[in-house]
Design a binder for this molecule. Structure first.
Ligand SMILES: Cc1cc2nc3c(=O)[nH]c(=O)nc-3n(C[C@H](O)[C@H](O)[C@H](O)COP(=O)(O)OP(=O)(O)OC[C@H]3O[C@@H](n4cnc5c(N)ncnc54)[C@H](O)[C@@H]3O)c2cc1C
Length: 341
């Protein structure tokens, strides 16, 4: 039997960040991380757009993001020389787009609210300003909400940096059948198919698998896992250059940011938020998903996303987002997006 002060279940960004934080603030803590698959970051981060932003309307999330961004932007200080290069942070902003007077008013009201809670770096861009800064987005765009601190990074590198900087922690791969063991209302250990770890403290960071792990201790975590898709292209249209921001269309919010030298990565949550159009076999919210997220990949997703962006930005006849070049060599992914109920 092994003993540990803390057992972390799940080796994605959340589990590995927890590992690193424990080692930073409580060195000497005996920590074991259990990962179900054969590698770290095997969950939804494989489909993620790897983007971060500050403009969250709730104080607690905004504070968490502020702290995360502080770490991302000073990676060499936190993780050692070379970390910033590995993380490759692109701080190119998020542009939320408005195409109608109602959408412009809504963006303005968001920015006013964010100002009132101290986020005075978020900008409202009126028609003249948004067209001046982003002329390549065209004349249908009449307003923007811009978060200049937002950006994206290499989340796989981030996971590796967390782990490399927690050298005293033990990491176990291919751990199956994890169950929490509870006695007199307290966690006392973690049982897996072939091992038992005695521990008074467990962190559940299993992404879409978290609810199932919690249930083994009689705890019902109030989260759902929603299938989401993304795709990467090797091509971008003229004007949408490598220094461009994350562009977020109006509802249902298709979004895209430049990726690598010549490509782009696209995403949005479609389909499952309307039961009317949902195939019977797809549930709106999945509490304990038991099939791989790839089950929900819809081959029409890339063309639907591009058509949506082309319609919102008024691109027609093979121009801009309606260019057929986007659909050559698409890499299509799906993952579970976990959120509170
Ligand atoms: C299409 C898409 C786009 C996204 N875009 C963004 C974005 O731009 N920015 C952003 O911040 N977020 C984005 N997300 C969400 C992002 O994926 C998550 O924020 C992030 O990956 C969550 O990290 P996590 O560690 O909680 O979970 P995961 O990355 O899912 O990691 C969970 C880990 O736990 C392991 N595990 C599961 N069950 C068990 C078990 N029983 N025992 C042991 N190990 C287990 C898994 O194998 C996995 O390695 C996106 C998600 C999707 C699907």
């Amino acid at each position: 039997m092994t003993t540990a002060d803390i057992v972390i279940i799940g080796g994605g960004p959340a589990g590995t960040a927890t590992l690193w934080t424990i080692e930073q603030f409580a060195p000497g803590t005996r920590t074991i991380l259990l990962e179900a698959s054969g590698s770290l970051g095997a969950g939804s981060s494989t489909a993620s757009l790897e983007a971060f932003r500050t403009c969250w309307p709730t104080h607690c999330i905004a504070q968490q993001m502020k702290r995360s961004i502080e770490v991302f932007l000073n990676a060499d200080d936190y993780f050692g020389d070379g970390a910033s290069r590995a993380l490759a942070v692109k701080q190119q902003g998020y542009l939320f787009c408005g195409f109608t007077e109602a959408q412009a008013a809504s963006l303005k009201s968001d920015v006013d609210h964010l100002y009132s809670v101290g986020m005075d770096h978020i900008e409202f861009l009126d028609t003249e300003e948004v067209r001046y800064r982003f002329p390549w987005l065209g004349d249908k765009l009449i307003a923007g909400k811009f978060d200049p601190v937002a950006g994206w990074l290499d989340s796989n590198s981030l996971i590796n940096l967390y782990v490399r900087n927690a050298p005293n922690a033990e990491i176990r791969f291919n751990v199956e059948g994890v169950k929490l063991v509870v006695q007199s209302g307290k966690v006392v250990g973690v049982q897996s198919l072939d091992n038992y770890i005695s521990t008074p403290c467990v962190v559940i960071a299993a992404g879409a698998g978290s609810r199932a792990v919690g249930r083994t201790a009689g705890v019902e975590l109030p989260i759902v896992a929603i299938p989401r898709q993304s795709f990467t292209t090797g091509w971008r249209h003229d004007g949408f250059n490598a220094g461009g921001p994350m562009v977020i269309g109006a509802a249902p919010s298709p979004h895209v940011h430049p990726e690598a030298h010549t490509g782009a990565i696209f995403g949005w949550e479609y389909g499952w938020n309307s039961r009317q159009h949902t195939p019977d076999h797809v549930q709106h919210a999945l509490e304990t998903p038991d099939s791989p997220a790839s089950t929900y990949k819809d081959s029409r997703f890339p063309s639907i996303t591009l058509a949506l962006l082309a319609r919102q930005f008024g691109h027609r006849d093979g121009v801009g987002f309606s260019s057929p070049n986007y659909l050559r060599g698409v890499r299509h992914n799906a993952g579970y997006y976990v959120r509170s109920m």
